[in-house]
Design a protein around this ligand. Structure first.
Ligand code: SF4
Length: 239
């Protein structure tokens, strides 16, 4: 076991030890059991419709904002059929309190129509999912994760920030094309509970590893985090 965990893999332009991945997953899972944020789309009775729609609403919008708006949205649009049978204009009007309604409404409507045409079935592969209207890499991964139970990363700027601080930075500006972040995030979420580890990273990013002022002293990952050790060193050098 020891030998296996000491194996190192080339991930993009870096080498990562399997042990680092295992420690990251383990510490984060423990932390999340106590600190998970609760949202209605994470309830045990949430369906894949709830999960995918929540991801569409969460794009460029804080989870707390979507949470407030959620009961109204689900009350009106309880499934893909209702969305597909509502005019884009009406969806746009209902989405107004959430913002970005002109961008969101056509995407949500087009996807709902497509899903209903396919009798609720989503394509199986990422390649085919990306052909769905209005679906980019992030939503395609959400579909793989929540509809097909495939370990796919919900890789956005928040997940990227946590992973880069802990494991080291990427090379490319665009997350979607960076081979290191793409492979690393996939490796991290490939465990026995891919949903949990995805949510745990996003929750750590929102509550502890914040964009401007990470609360490293309260972080379960600090003993192995590159950013934490680097910033400690630079503080000591300045003294
Ligand atoms: S120790 Fe700090 S920088 Fe590292 S993951 Fe935790 S909060 Fe983020």
């Amino acid at each position: 076991m020891k030998c296996l965990l000491n194996k190192r893999s080339k991930v993009g332009h870096r080498f990562v030890l399997d042990r680092e991945i295992a420690i990251f997953q383990k510490k984060l899972s423990h932390w999340w059991r106590v600190n998970a944020r609760e949202f209605p789309w994470r309830n045990d009775n949430a369906t894949s419709y709830h999960l995918i729609v929540s991801e569409l609403l969460l794009q460029r919008t804080r989870a707390e904002t979507v949470e407030l708006y959620w009961p109204k949205f689900i009350n009106i649009f309880s499934d893909w059929d209702t969305l597909a049978n509502t005019s884009e204009k009406k969806i746009c009007k209902i989405l107004q309190p959430l913002g970005l309604s002109r961008q969101r409404a056509p995407r949500i409507k087009a996807l709902a129509v497509e899903i209903c045409t396919e009798k609720g079935r989503f394509p199986q592969t990422q390649e085919d999912i990306l052909l769905l209207p209005g679906v980019g890499q992030y939503i395609a991964n959400a579909i793989l994760l929540f509809v097909h139970d495939v370990p796919a990363p919900l890789l956005d700027v928040n997940m990227a920030r946590v992973l880069e601080r802990y494991f080291g930075s990427r090379k490319l500006v665009d997350i979607r094309f960076d081979p290191y972040l793409q492979s690393l995030s996939k490796m991290i979420v490939t465990n026995n509970d891919p949903r949990m580890i995805n949510w745990a990273i996003l929750d750590l990013g929102a509550l502890v590893c914040k964009s401007a002022n990470p609360i490293c002293n309260q972080c379960p990952l600090k003993s192995n985090c590159r950013h934490f050790h680097r910033s400690g060193r630079s503080l000591r050098q300045r003294k």
